[in-house]
Design a binder for this molecule. Structure first.
Ligand SMILES: Nc1nc2c(c(=O)[nH]1)N[C@H]1C(S)=C(S)[C@@H](COP(=O)(O)OP(=O)(O)OC[C@H]3O[C@@H](n4cnc5c(N)ncnc54)[C@H](O)[C@@H]3O)O[C@H]1N2
Ligand code: MOO
Length: 430
């Protein structure tokens, strides 16, 4: 099966694809890589689970005390307070078999197994030690409902129930859940092998000498940082010149040993833009003109078993298209479920009186306090697709639909925080 299965109706010259269509196509047509590996659960954060996991036993395994105090049978006091003689002492550890003697209380600590027969725990702060007929006793408070301060066996996970499905990208709490059922190792999808290339005669890597007309490469840093930590083997293959023969040779070589090549630059139709042509010559290419700003030209293709994602050259377009299209593509390629980023409706802190309709816009959005003291979505003052400063000032994207002709301050707009794409919140000294 081809890695990316799209028929040719989306090639050059066809009308622009709308955002939703592009995402739907990526999700529907990208086939996952095969291959799994066993890893320690402790090292599985961010990886994609390749097995379905059921609970072999209840968690917790027995009824346990939720607080430090005294365990007793609620029926012995009937909801009233009263003193009961103390018949034992249970610390956290293996469960004891002996049932609680009727009409007594047992000293118990948080996490310790409840003695069979006891159903309720009184918190030690609400109890008083006393003696009854010369023996140690405890005065328990009134009003405790039966079952208070007791955790039931299996209340977190019941034996035999589904814990995690294959295709789940593992979060810290998922690892905790695997640990709680005793798993030390897990089968995950093997790491995707991803190659990065920047393109353009004008692009030089930071640290190298630069002359007027040249541009330092920031795109590889955007992509390296966005892709880090998701179980990828990322190989940065530097900058390719605007030379069709070189581009073809390098891309053909990389396609032999990678699942995905991501390039930036060279996707539009300028004479120096060889990327899309090279992919078309080596395999199949689907050049998409998206009805989206930023990020109009986007190339998707396939060379043998290797997918190719050609992002535009402008850094803002790289950032936005990597989030909007790169993330679902990578999710599908690694067999992971993908959830669309959540949009939060917020009042606009700006006016856009006469918008060009027919394309969806993703503005650099800034969370700010409006005149009424409530949160609103502002936007970075300048729209240029080369302005990394706008990306840095932003907290997320303001999404404006294709058919919205104008926006007035206070209208609700969709705000997508960068955290929805896995990027940490902005944190800079004030
Ligand atoms: N006739 C047309 N011209 C352009 C179109 C179009 O549809 N028809 N689309 C415009 C849009 S939108 C974009 S975005 C760019 C995309 O073009 P390319 O993908 O070919 O990108 P380049 O021309 O190579 O570069 C664009 C811009 O970005 C700078 N750049 C490139 N790589 C890097 C890098 N690694 N780090 C930092 N900056 C980079 C490059 O110097 C250019 O300034 O095309 C428009 N034109
Ligand atoms: O992708 Mo271009 O940056 O849309 O302007």
């Amino acid at each position: 099966m081809p890695r990316f299965d799209v028929d040719d109706c989306f090639r050059t010259g066809e009308p622009s694809l709308r955002h939703d269509e592009a995402v739907a196509l990526i999700l529907a047509r990208t086939a996952a890589v095969t291959g799994t590996e066993r890893v320690a659960v402790a090292a599985a954060g961010g990886r994609v689970l390749a097995e379905t996991v059921a609970a072999p036993r209840d968690v917790p395994m027995t009824d346990t005390a939720a607080v430090d105090g005294w365990a007793f049978r609620a029926a012995d006091l009937g909801g009233d307070g009263g003193a009961l003689p103390i018949s034992g002492h249970i610390s956290a550890g293996p469960a004891r078999e002996a049932p609680i003697a009727p009409g007594t209380a047992v000293r118990i600590f948080t996490g310790a197994p409840m003695p069979p027969g006891a159903d309720t725990v009184a918190m030690q702060e609400h109890c008083m030690s006393e003696t009854l007929a010369g023996a140690p006793a405890v005065r328990l408070p009134a009003g405790l409902r039966p079952g208070a301060n007791r955790r039931r066996a299996g209340e977190d996970v019941a034996a035999g129930t589904l814990v995690l499905r294959a295709g789940t990208r593992l979060r810290p709490q998922d690892l905790a859940s695997l640990g709680s059922i005793g798993r030390a190792e897990i089968t995950v999808v093997r790491p995707l092998r991803v190659a990065l290339v920047s393109t353009g005669d004008e692009i030089v890597r930071p640290g190298e000498p630069i002359r007027p007309g040249q541009v330092y490469d920031s795109n590889h840093l955007i992509l390296t940082a966005l892709l880090a930590g998701s179980g990828l083997e990322l190989a940065d293959h530097g900058v390719l010149p605007d030379d069709e023969a070189v581009v073809r040779r390098v891309i053909a070589g990389l396609s032999q040993s990678h699942d995905l090549i991501v390039s930036t630059g060279g996707t539009s139709r300028g004479e120096g833009d060889h990327i899309a042509a090279a992919v078309a010559a080596l395999g199949r290419r689907h050049l998409w003109h998206l009805a989206v700003k930023p990020g109009r030209p986007l190339a998707l293709g396939q060379i043998g078993g290797c997918l190719f994602l050609g992002l535009p050259g402008n850094p803002v377009a790289v950032f936005v298209t990597a989030l909007l299209y790169g993330q679902p593509l990578l999710a599908r390629l690694s067999g992971a479920a993908w959830r669309p980023p959540t949009r939060f409706p917020l009042p606009a802190g700006f006016d856009a009186p006469a918008r060009k309709t027919g394309r969806r816009e993703f503005l650099r959005g800034i969370l700010e306090t409006g005149p009424d003291g409530r949160l609103q979505a502002g936007k970075y003052g300048r729209d240029g697709s080369g302005l990394i400063s706008g990306l840095r000032a932003a907290d997320g994207l303001v999404e404006i639909g294709e058919d919205v002709p104008h926006i007035a301050r206070g209208d609700l707009v969709d705000f997508i925080p960068f955290t929805e794409f896995g990027i940490s919140p902005r944190s800079e000294p004030g």
